[in-house]
Design a protein. Structure first.
Length: 346
């Protein structure tokens, strides 16, 4: 053995221990994630649900407070919706139907005149304490309001009957005033239509307004109205005039049978009431005739179809007025509509 080898320290082979596992962002596959541990997901879901319910509760409280404040507005609006649908819907339908013959602006004005007429009946019925329905429009037949209870006597019936022509004549006069202020012939044509519309309704027969009015004067005036309408039907045959005769005949024929005590009391009116209604009735007829004469548009003044007229809106108004100015006055439908012979169209 060499002495150098004996003096060297012995070499010992040492092995390092294995490195500890590195703790990273990903846990070992055998350990569950925090959100997957039992109870953690349930707690988070419960917290979200509580927050959602809390938010809904706040919104519900605010809506209740708002609803309490708007209660006086919402409830009447809900009750009024059927009336709005019945009246407004049938009005729109009527405007569309009339527009096919007369143009949109003239049709709109005509339907509004009918609406004003029916509002006159409505206001008069309310004033007399009667329950009535909202106006309902029937294209090419006019409009009507349904009485939910019968008039107590002839005086009440006459007041309801004359209310429509009175307010309708006022509406036609407003159209003429607008024409005088603007020079727009559309409003003069509407005024003429309005005057004629209400004049025809004053015919003293059955279902027409005049038939209701003369109950306070003398029911025998129904015979006069019957003769007039029969003559019109012979000279100018019309299905609508025929309907008027059919629906009016039962009441006319009732004059020739023996009446009960209740029926006789129904027609009892005081002399003052008779004079008042007679003055209103015959005076209104005279005013409507004068109104028709004043607002009549002579045929020769109307622009011919296809010929140039005023430009712009004024020319459009003239052409529209030409649609309604020439009336076939002896062929009116049952209540408010009239048949128009037009010289031009929009």
């Amino acid at each position: 053995m060499n002495e150098h080898e004996s003096d060297a320290p012995p070499v010992i082979n040492r092995q390092l221990p294995p490195a500890p596992p590195v703790i990273g962002s990903n846990p070992p596959p055998d350990l569950p994630r925090p959100e997957e541990r039992p109870g953690v997901a349930d707690a988070r879901s419960e917290s979200r649900l509580k927050k959602l319910l809390g938010s809904l509760g706040v919104v519900g409280v605010l809506l209740l407070k708002l609803g309490a404040k708007l209660k006086l507005i919402i409830l009447p609006a809900i009750k009024f919706f059927p009336v709005l649908f019945k009246t407004g819907g049938t009005m729109i339908l009527s405007v569309a139907a009339y527009a096919m013959a007369w143009g949109w602006w003239f049709a709109l004005g005509f339907v509004l005149l009918i609406f004003v007429h029916e509002c006159g009946h409505l206001l008069a019925a309310k004033r007399c304490g009667l329950k009535v329905g909202a106006p309902v429009f029937i294209p090419f037949m006019g409009a009507f309001i349904a009485l939910k209870e019968a008039p107590r006597n002839a005086w009440v019936e006459a007041q309801v009957g004359i209310g429509g022509p009175l307010l309708g004549a006022f509406g036609a006069a407003v159209c003429e005033i607008v024409h005088l202020l603007t020079g727009n012939l559309l409003f003069r044509a509407l005024a003429y239509m309005g005057f004629f519309l209400n004049l025809f309704n004053l015919a003293p027969l059955g279902m027409l307004d005049g038939g209701r009015i003369v109950t306070a004067l003398s029911p025998w005036l129904w015979v006069v109205g019957l003769v007039i309408v029969v003559g019109l039907t012979i000279l100018h045959p019309s299905f609508i005039l025929f309907l008027i005769l059919v629906f009016s005949a039962p009441r006319v024929f009732s004059l020739f049978r023996r009446q009960s005590e209740a029926e006789r009391r129904y027609f009892e009116v005081t002399p003052g009431q008779r004079w008042t209604m007679g003055t209103l009735y015959f005076g209104l007829i005279a005013l409507l005739v004068l109104g028709m004469q004043f607002t009549h548009i002579p045929r020769e003044t109307l622009p011919q179809r296809g010929t140039p007229s005023q430009s712009g809106g004024e020319g459009q108004a003239v052409r529209t007025a030409a649609v309604g100015a020439q009336l076939v006055a002896l062929k009116p439908p049952a209540t408010n509509c009239v048949v128009v012979r037009f010289c031009g169209r929009i």
